[in-house]
Design a protein around this ligand. Structure first.
Ligand code: B12
Length: 289
């Protein structure tokens, strides 16, 4: 995938004339720079953002490196049908189609947090019951998780934070990868630079990152009920003291966070869903800039 596109590439992708795209660039509707030779060049992330905001259908998604996308029908899919659609694809192992579907919602302008809190979470909740039914169920669940991880990774890459973006660092305290990966993508969508330390990140490792990188925001995703109680101990206390010193804030979210015995602390925020993180990150950045 090229990281910079010409007006012609974009014109082909959305099925309009090259001169229209050039005009939009010149009007500032699409952010671009000029090459030494004076040609307009648009970063992939800017092009994608433009497509999302303008509500243009992608007639040739492969021009933006988004092959496999479910072609947009031009009719927005009702939110309550998204879970069923995604579930059907994940169940039968149609991973590329599932990824394309998620991407098409994103390009239709649905926020990453809304995708994650809605269909992604709901579909996995259904599939999460299957492990009780033996290996076939476990296979379906694992395959679905892989498809979702890939989709979220792609969304994250499409959101490139600009210069001067504030930094956020986080991870998951257990084996669960999706929550922390979604958090990184949501933050990228809100204009943050994000560093995802991934699964099995204990508070002391996050503290190390805070010490070194001084992020304004740190996050922890807590999903496993068994290991959650060990979170609220010494390591967390030290992490919070370090954040006090560096001026950062910690947000702890995940289905098992209430098991973690978290203390009341001015540097500690708790939430339940990705939308909480999006709102919080937006507020924090505004407050400081
Ligand atoms: C995928 C999955 C796995 C995968 C994880 C793969 C991976 N590397 O990530 C694997 C196969 C490893 C796994 C293993 C197990 N799992 Co499992 N798993 C799931 C499943 C299907 C999906 C979880 C997921 O990623 N969801 C997608 C994310 C995006 O949604 P979410 O986790 O709900 O998070 C939302 C919020 O909490 C919040 N959030 C989460 N983190 C963060 C972070 C931030 C910063 C923010 C703002 C928000 C936020 O936003 C999200 C979107 O709304 C769930 C089903 C379910 N109901 O959740 C079971 C589930 C969690 N697993 C369960 C079980 C029982 C297990 C096993 C014990 C089963 C087994 N014998 O295999 C093992 C134990 C693993 C361990 N040591 O902890 C149970 C837990 C029951 C309980 N007591 O809590 C569940 C609920 C399934 C079920 N119905 O029984 N699992």
């Amino acid at each position: 995938v090229p990281s910079f596109l010409s007006p012609r590439d974009i014109a082909r992708a959305v099925g309009v004339s090259e001169s229209s795209v050039k005009r939009w660039v010149d009007l500032g509707r699409i952010r671009a720079h000029r090459t030494a030779g004076g040609h307009r060049r648009v970063a992939l992330g800017e092009a994608v953002q433009f497509v999302r905001e303008a509500g243009l259908p992608l007639v040739r998604p492969e021009m933006l490196g988004l092959a496999g996308l479910t072609p947009s029908s031009g009719i927005a899919i009702p939110a309550d049908q998204r879970t069923e659609q995604l579930l059907a694809l994940l169940r039968k192992g149609a991973s590329a189609e599932a990824r394309g579907l998620i991407l098409s919602w994103f390009l239709d302008g649905v926020a990453i947090a809304e995708i994650a809190d809605g269909p992604l979470r709901s579909a996995l909740e259904v599939l999460g019951e299957l492990w009780r039914h033996g290996d076939e169920g476990i296979l379906i669940e694992h395959r679905a998780t892989d498809a979702c991880l890939q989709a979220v990774h792609q969304l994250r890459l499409l959101e490139s934070p600009g210069p001067g973006a504030p930094l956020a660092v986080g991870g998951s305290t257990d084996v669960y990868l999706l929550g922390t990966q979604v958090a990184a993508a949501v933050l990228a969508e809100e204009g943050w630079e994000s560093l995802n330390l991934g699964a099995q990140t204990p508070p002391r490792v996050l503290e190390r990152a805070v010490e070194e990188l001084r992020p304004r925001l740190a996050w922890l995703s807590v999903t496993d009920m068994e290991t959650a109680p060990s979170l609220g101990g010494d390591g967390l206390g030290r992490l919070l003291r370090t954040l006090e010193r560096t001026g950062g804030i910690l947000i702890v979210v995940g289905r098992a966070r209430h098991r973690a015995g978290l203390p009341q602390h001015p540097r500690l925020y708790q939430g339940d869903i990705m939308a909480d993180l999006a709102v919080f990150a937006r507020g924090l950045w505004r407050a400081e800039s």
